[in-house]
Design a protein around this ligand. Structure first.
Ligand code: F6R
Length: 241
């Protein structure tokens, strides 16, 4: 893993955006794996700026998101469909048909998983953006998820629902299930870019870097991937030497 330590969140977002701008410049029809959550918001803002400055276009870009809450429609303000539109897609020239996010409604969860997994089989993701949960989750692959899992329905860990309740009016409204790319799908991306910001992520980053590869700490699987870049701000890096 290549580790880059940025001064602050702005620099982290800027460095991440430069990696993606570099990829799109080289390959205008690149396939991006995208994440939601707080961490990549700054990156998406930088990408929107670059698009406005005409440094890059999303016209030929395809995207695949990691996950979606089960039970939330694309119009629900806390759905990841909605998040992606507001944070990135509404502001750039990506074609609606090039956007792929697991559906959270419309069929039984197993059917939705199978449908998304089929799409991922031919996706050929060039670069997957990841955040990391305090418990080491990537996507919604919670501790204990087998590394060979493909897209599946996950029961969200209590701490994940707790961490995400800030976006809902109460904990009861946080969905209990989500559809997520499995670790096997994530590991198929050619490159991985993991971002972590803030002191709350410092213990997870310490464990990622110094801990063993174990299904108890899902992000540790990334040590088996040949091309991973981790960008941290100083706070997230505060427990590593
Ligand atoms: C988001 C996702 C999650 C987040 C992680 C960190 O699509 O799959 O794994 O990346 O929970 O979230 P933030 O960035 O809000 O700390």
């Amino acid at each position: 893993m290549r580790i880059i330590i940025a001064q602050d969140y702005q620099e982290l977002s800027d460095r991440a955006s430069r990696i993606i701008v570099g990829l799109i410049t080289e390959k205008p029809d690149a396939v991006l794996g995208l994440a939601t959550g707080s961490t990549p918001i700054g990156l998406y803002q930088k990408l929107i700026e670059k698009y406005r400055e005409k440094v890059l276009s999303f016209e030929k870009i395809k995207t695949f998101n990691l996950d979606e809450y089960y039970g939330l429609s694309p119009e629900h303000p806390q759905s990841y469909h909605y998040f992606m539109r507001k944070q990135l897609f509404d502001h750039v020239d990506i074609k609606p048909e090039s956007i792929n996010i697991p559906r959270g409604v419309g069929a039984e969860p197993e059917v939705l998983c199978q449908e998304y997994n089929e799409k991922l089989k031919t996706a050929n993701i060039d670069l997957q953006v990841l955040g990391i949960g305090n418990n080491g989750h990537i996507g919604f692959n919670e501790p204990g998820t087998p590394f060979d899992r493909e897209t599946f329905v996950v029961e969200l860990a209590a701490e994940t629902r707790e961490a995400n309740k800030r976006f809902f009016s109460s904990i009861d409204e946080v969905p209990r299930h989500a559809i997520t790319m499995g670790i096997k799908n994530i590991m198929e991306a050619k490159k991985i870019l993991l971002l972590a910001s803030g002191v709350s992520k410092a213990p997870a980053i310490k464990r990622l870097i110094y801990g063993p590869i174990s299904e108890e700490f899902p992000a540790s699987v990334l040590k088996n991937h040949p091309d991973v870049t981790v960008i941290l701000d100083r706070e997230a890096a505060s427990m590593i030497k």
